[in-house]
Design a binder for this molecule. Structure first.
Ligand SMILES: Cc1cc2nc3c(=O)[nH]c(=O)nc-3n(C[C@H](O)[C@H](O)[C@H](O)COP(=O)(O)OP(=O)(O)OC[C@H]3O[C@@H](n4cnc5c(N)ncnc54)[C@H](O)[C@@H]3O)c2cc1C
Ligand code: SF4
Length: 443
């Protein structure tokens, strides 16, 4: 009898322990799922749930919920756990590090571009990075592969291939024109210098490409890379300023100057050479072209007098450094509203929009801007057009009252959307295909 009681106690305790463990596990899973579902809901509201380019795709049959992908991802809340399986949350914030891909012990992650619903347009390039237009090459993110390291490697390889195919006595003004001075363009310029090419590098903005737009505090994740004319760069977790400093130093050491503020408008094939036409009206001839223009496009301009003044910008870098200024923000989308709200904390801000109501903005932004209007923190002017920008003022006209007014002004930020690179590529004759979820990195 005693033995029976003892057995009951032992087995009962074990069973109870098992139940407690399972209960704790299930409770944790339910909590995780609820938290992930709430984040997904928010991501859907904010338009961040659907991936826009590269993103991880999880094979739920292979996923065993180690969470290794979540810990490995240097960006925040791109992945989460739902019902015991990994799932994407803010998929549109994925930048394609592939850290999740490498971290998953069961190889349940594939890195894809585009989705069944939303295709991503990619230009055709062969293994030499040459497009269907002989003489026009593509390197970096424009070709579909993100990341600084990949851009640097592709910029180098593309120029190595250009060197091999370059005809002597081609008769053009340059051997090579590189368009874009992000990581791919910089690496391409260094390789061109190494091979003593007669080349030029044109950049619509400033050196650094997308890296230049990173916040100062962002930790830039990268792997060891081979920078032409410099050697191995062993930076793993670095900063925007460290990278820009390095690129500036190497370019200076090799006497390479980048022609900044020069947007390339068109590339025309002209017999065995190309005519490259810039927005400033400059026209060059070259035997080959390397497009290292990334995928972010070109900000749309207002084309008004004074827009070329230095105080006019198309992106907001480090708003916390700006205080006590009179600022004009132009636009009615999320970027304009978020920038106006950030700047209004320490400045006097006018937000000018040509329509009479904010269109498709995130619900959270709509709430915040209405609150700011009610509190008089942002001076919002609907149906308003900017006529000109002066050194200390802006002139604008209200479509409601018909009045033209001049306002004190120190800085102007324009968020009028952007032109994606596709029409520019098509004009140059480059074929584009839409990718609907094609695997870029798979096991
Ligand atoms: C938020 C965010 C975080 C990221 N974090 C990381 C990270 O931690 N680590 C990492 O490795 N990668 C990261 N990336 C990705 C990385 O920034 C890009 O993959 C990389 O910059 C691509 O380099 P690129 O040279 O191909 O293009 P870009 O860097 O985009 O440069 C293209 C350049 O071409 C110029 N250009 C475009 N059109 C024209 C034209 N018509 N005429 C003249 N110039 C033109 C642009 O002004 C730009 O300067 C991140 C990206 C984002 C958006
Ligand atoms: S690819 Fe990179 S950014 Fe995207 S989820 Fe994986 S680790 Fe995060």
């Amino acid at each position: 009898m005693e033995l029976v009681i003892e057995n009951i106690v032992i087995y009962g305790t074990v069973a109870l322990l098992c139940i407690v463990v399972v209960w704790i596990y299930l409770r944790k899973q339910i909590r995780e799922t609820k938290s992930t579902e709430a984040k997904i809901e928010l991501a859907k509201q904010d338009g961040l749930f659907e991936p826009v380019s590269l993103h991880p795709v999880i094979d739920v049959n292979s996923c065993i919920k180690t969470g290794a992908c979540i810990s490995a991802c240097p960006e925040k809340d791109i992945l989460g756990i739902k019902n015991g399986k990994a799932t994407t949350i803010n998929a549109s914030h994925c930048v394609g590090h592939g850290a999740c891909f490498h971290a998953c012990p069961t190889q349940a992650i594939t890195l894809c571009i585009g989705t069944e619903k939303r295709g991503v347009e990619l230009p055709h390039v062969n293994q030499n990075f040459e497009t269907n237009v002989p003489g026009i090459f593509i390197a970096g993110e424009l070709g579909g592969m993100g990341l600084i390291k990949n851009a640097v490697e592709q910029g180098k390889q593309a120029v190595e291939n250009i060197v091999k195919s370059l005809k002597k006595n081609h008769g053009a003004g340059f051997d090579l024109v590189i368009v874009g001075a992000g990581p791919a363009g910089i690496s391409a310029a260094l390789t061109a210098k190494k091979h003593k090419l007669n080349f030029l590098i044109l950049e619509q903005d400033t050196l650094g490409g997308t890296v230049f737009t990173f916040p100062r505090s962002k930790i830039v994740m990268t792997s060891a890379m081979d920078l032409p004319l410099y050697g191995k760069v062993k930076l793993f977790e670095t900063s925007k300023s460290e990278l820009l400093e390095l690129w500036n130093k190497v370019l200076q050491q090799n006497s390479i100057s980048i022609q900044e503020n020069t947007k390339v408008e068109t590339i025309l094939a002209d017999k065995a050479q190309f005519r490259v036409v810039t927005l400033n009206g400059e026209e060059l001839t070259t035997a080959s072209v390397l497009l290292a223009i990334g995928r972010r496009g070109t900000p749309r301009k207002l084309n008004i007098p004074g827009e070329t003044l230095e105080k006019v910008a198309y992106r907001l870098l480090e708003p916390e450094q700006i205080s006590g200024k009179h600022i004009l923000v132009v636009g009615g989308g999320d970027s304009a509203i978020e920038s106006a709200l950030l700047l209004a904390e320490q400045n006097k801000v006018i937000l000018s929009y040509r329509s009479d109501v904010f269109g498709r903005i995130k619900p959270k932004n709509s709430e915040k801007i209405n609150e700011a209007i009610a509190k008089g923190l942002v001076d919002v002017r609907f149906k308003n057009n900017i006529l000109s920008v002066g050194n200390d003022e802006i002139v604008m006209k209200s479509e409601v009252s018909g009045e033209t007014v001049s306002e004190k002004n120190d800085l102007v930020y324009i968020f009028a959307g952007g032109e994606l690179p596709t029409p520019f590529l098509q004009k140059a004759g480059i074929q584009i295909t839409k990718k609907f979820g094609e695997a870029i990195l798979k096991h």
